[in-house]
Design a protein around this ligand. Sequence first.
Ligand SMILES: O=P(O)(O)O[C@@H]1C[C@H](O)[C@@H](CO)O1
Ligand SMILES: Nc1nc2[nH]cnc2c(=O)[nH]1
Length: 278
Amino acid sequence: MTDIQTRARTATDWIRKNCPSIPNTALVLGSGLGKWIDSAWIQKSIPYADIPGFPVSTVEGHAGALLVAEIKGTPAFVFSGRFHLYEGYSPREVTLPIACLGLLGTENLILTNAAGALNPLFATGGLMLLTDHINMTGHNPLTGPNVDDWGPRFPDMSQVYCPALREQAMQAAMNCGQRLEQGVYVAVAGPSLETPAETRMYRIMGADAIGMSTVPEAITAHHMGLKILGISCLTNKNLPDCMAQTSHAEILDQANASSDALGSLLSALIPNLGGRHG
Ligand SMILES: O=P(O)(O)O[C@@H]1C[C@H](O)[C@@H](CO)O1
Ligand SMILES: Nc1nc2[nH]cnc2c(=O)[nH]1
């Protein structure tokens, strides 16, 4: 067994023993995107530091706890805080919580993030559903010996973001009267933001939004057969020809400001996802 397999198994066994239920849906909250979660919905909050084998999140805006919650009556795991490559974690460590979900048998995974808008038509503060991604992190969490029990050596990536979940998300947005853009997310390793020349290159490559997470998680989840939905909160415009300065503080402020819109969408969507536990 590889070290990461042992850590994932240890963490999974611990979660199984210590969580009142194993929900069928899990949500990963991006930077600053958690304030809509009503404290009354949280059955249990487990600091990552308590889960053996788990890394610990080091970024401002990421609480670092696994919540066992009921979102409008539907059970869900909520990862409040994630791990990023720029924190110095290996690609396997960054995606360890996702591997645990695969081992636990959770079926639906919603990945959210704070991202810069590369598409000039997309507004700051808006939400974008991921139709696809481009991995420019320079890393892949599946590098190294394949864990055959988890998935195939060469996973097909022709449809990473589940069309049925995307359709449901579009429907939920319509029911909430919300605009939901659709586009391609490019992931970079960070932590530096982009130069204008880089921004121009990523736009020419076909990306609509850019961030520093989500893609390693999506690769691991897809490898293990989870159904994935990705949603970016567009915290800033990242346009080569009128590039404004931005900062992590500004990104967090905008994510906080958009968090309620994301919350309305997810509260409308999650109870309709269905599956093993409804
Ligand atoms: O976890 P997410 O992708 O929301 O975090 C993004 C990427 C960086 O951590 C940060 C950049 O400011 O926001
Ligand atoms: N790389 C990158 N990550 C972000 N996260 C939020 N905004 C941005 C951005 O403009 N670029």
